[in-house]
Design a protein around this ligand. Sequence first.
Ligand code: PRP
Ligand code: URA
Length: 209
Amino acid sequence: MGKVYVFDHPLIQHKLTYIRNKETGTKEFRELIDEVASLMAFEITRDLPLKDVEVETPVGIARSKMIAGKKLGLVPILRAGLGMVDGILKLIPAAKVGHVGLYRDPETLKPVEYYVKLPKDIEERELIVIDPMLATGGSAVEAIHALKKRGANHIKLMCLVAAPEGVEAVQKAHSDVDIYLAAMDDKLNDKGYIIPGLGDAGDRLFGTK
Ligand code: PRP
Ligand code: URA
């Protein structure tokens, strides 16, 4: 069973409060999502393996550390996942970025795939699937499935806010995938919105309705 981590860092929790606020406009919403994505990237990379290296400083040789192991790849779920990419790339600038395009049919709430473009070497990369919202879990389950079908074998899922139903769906479908969140909310409403959530993440990020 995949583990669930909720990042309780005060800065993440403080900024999330502004993100949730319905009075927060598009510009500020976008900036805050970007900032929280950076902070979450800091936390999610805590367990990256290190190797010992030597580096020549202006006055001597230092025994130091560098990141070892698999290279990273980011896979935002379009559209709303895009809002978190730049924030993560600020900390991991060499990561490659793939895209999975899914939208949730408003009637059935089932995800519909419309675009997949991934780095060629995904089977050699540790992938972080990114989406601010994990509601029914349908989109994340389908996105992870799309990656595995193409050879990915080391996947983490990073979302801002989740409903218990979504976490359960991902754990059931992909028991090898750990989930990283800023908040675990109460439930879904009958339209599949996370309660209390933050509303429609894509619409608030891009100013659509
Ligand atoms: C939202 C959100 C997730 C999905 C979550 O996207 O960004 O991708 O819903 O819901 P689920 O867990 O029930 O699948 P949406 O389909 O609204 O598309 P958008 O990002 O283009 O707005
Ligand atoms: N997608 C969103 O953007 N918000 C929700 O609450 C659920 C799905």
